[in-house]
Structure formats: structure tokens, C-alpha cells
Design a protein around this ligand. Structure first.
Ligand code: ADE
Length: 243
């Protein structure tokens, strides 16, 4: 996948994209990432990219021309493009959207900034306005990194075999089951017996039960998105019976 990011702060991306899975995906050529500084597309002699809002009010608004000019140049020649604008007004980002974006050959992410972005940017070229949650950040850099991270791990070949099995759409709708590692006892706290049993079928069933239980208690609305198997239904009725 090719991904271009348009931002006023390219430097904040560097440590993250040069670490861990993102670094590996880039090294393997599975993610081709480029950062572009919006200021370079300003034709103003002070390299200004924002201005006061029409109608008054606080804050500054990102001007349309530098963004439109930048996208025209950066995405030139891309046949099919997904142009994303990060904004608290966007559609909520989730695993399903991450999966969809991971199937694209090219993404361009525009990081919003300040109090907003001139609406004509969205009208003219944005295909997806995306929010990472119901809170307001100072800018779109963290949302862009969040989207990039979630999408990259779903690109085939980025994760090892085990991890990609866990990343199947079915498991990732549920909250995860509890994890334990050595020691088997820590300050009187025991690792659940079944995990030490070596019985793979029992372990699988215990994990499924725990994942369903957490989801039921913490995020019950997620269960509506899941096609429940007969086993899930059985486990859930046990969980509900426990109160
Ligand atoms: N910019 C500021 N806050 C945001 C959010 N929650 N999601 C996406 N972009 C943002």
C-alpha cells in the first residue's frame, strides 16, 4: 500500500513510523509512506496556511488553496484514491473501516488543524471524513497515526501467521480475553488453571467465554454486530445466568 500524509507537523510522525511494526512494514516494502508539509504548498510569502473564519469567532481555519494544490500534486496519477480528512465531525473509525482501507492501493490522509478546515476542501476532494473518537484533539496527526497503525497491521504479510489469525474479522469485533504469562503465581494471584492444562480445546473455549463475558459487561452493543455461533449462544446464556 502507498500512503501519503499531508500535515503541518511531519516531524511528529518520525519516531512512530520508524519503530515496531510500521518500521517493519516499510522495510519489507508493504507500506510505502511519504510525509508532505502543507506549508510548502502555500503561495503566501509568509507561508501562511490559515486565516480568520468568515462570520467571526475564535480560532483560525485552514485555507483551501494550499490543501487543494498539495493534493493535486501529491496524488497526481493515482488511479483510485481514497482521500481522508481527520476531523471530530467525521464517521467513527472502527475495525471494519480499517479493514476496508487496508484493501486500498493508495491512501492520502489530510491532517486537520486549528479550529477547522475550509469546508470546500471536503466538498472538492475528500472521500472520507474520519473521527477517531468523541473528543477533540489539537490536530489530526494523532488520528492519522492511529488510522495508519490500525490499517498497516491488516495489510497481508505485515503480521506473522499467528497474529494474523487473531486479526480475523470475527475475533476483533469482541473485546479480547485476559492474557497471562509467567509466573503462574504472583503475590498470591493465580493464573487460571485451565491455561496451565495444555488442553487446547478447553483453553479455546475458556478464552471465547471470557471474550464474550467482557464484551457483554463492558460493550454489549458490540454483540449486535457479531454473527453468534451455537457455541457463542450457549456461552452467552451461561454468562447472563451468572448475573
Ligand atoms: N481532530 C481533532 N480531534 C479529532 C478526532 N477525535 N478525530 C479525528 N480528527 C480529530
Amino acid at each position: 500500500m502507498q500512503c501519503d500524509i499531508l500535515t503541518l507537523f511531519p516531524e511528529v510522525f518520525e519516531p512512530y513510523i520508524n519503530s515496531g511494526i510500521l518500521r517493519r512494514a516499510r522495510a519489507k516494502g508493504l507500506l510505502e509512506l511519504k510525509l508532505y508539509n502543507l506549508r510548502q504548498y502555500s503561495e503566501n510569502k509568509h507561508l501562511q496556511v490559515d486565516d480568520v473564519p468568515y462570520g467571526g469567532g475564535p480560532g483560525m481555519v485552514l485555507k483551501p488553496e494550499p490543501i487543494l494544490r498539495a493534493v493535486e500534486t501529491i496524488a497526481q496519477g493515482q488511479k483510485s484514491k481514497r482521500v481522508i480528512l481527520t476531523t471530530p465531525q467525521g464517521q467513527p473509525f472502527n475495525q471494519q473501516l480499517a479493514r476496508e482501507l487496508a484493501g486500498e492501493a493508495y491512501l492520502l490522509i489530510i491532517c486537520g488543524r486549528y479550529e477547522g478546515v475550509d469546508e470546500r476542501v471536503a466538498q472538492q476532494l475528500v472521500t472520507d471524513e474520519i473521527s477517531i473518537g468523541d473528543y477533540v484533539l489539537t490536530g489530526g496527526e494523532l488520528p492519522a497515526l492511529t488510522i495508519l497503525d490500525a490499517v498497516t497491521r491488516l495489510i497481508p504479510g505485515v503480521l506473522g501467521n499467528d497474529a494474523s489469525a487473531a486479526a480475523d474479522s470475527f475475533s476483533e469485533v469482541l473485546l479480547d480475553y485476559p492474557h497471562y504469562t509467567r509466573p503462574a503465581e504472583y503475590k498470591g494471584l493465580q493464573v487460571p488453571e485451565v491455561l496451565l492444562s495444555g488442553n487446547h480445546e478447553q483453553i479455546r473455549r475458556w478464552r471465547r467465554y471470557q471474550a464474550l463475558k467482557r464484551t457483554y459487561h463492558r460493550r454489549p452493543e458490540l454483540l449486535n454486530e457479531l454473527g453468534l455461533s451455537d457455541e457463542d449462544k450457549e456461552l452467552l446464556s451461561k454468562i447472563k445466568g451468572e448475573g
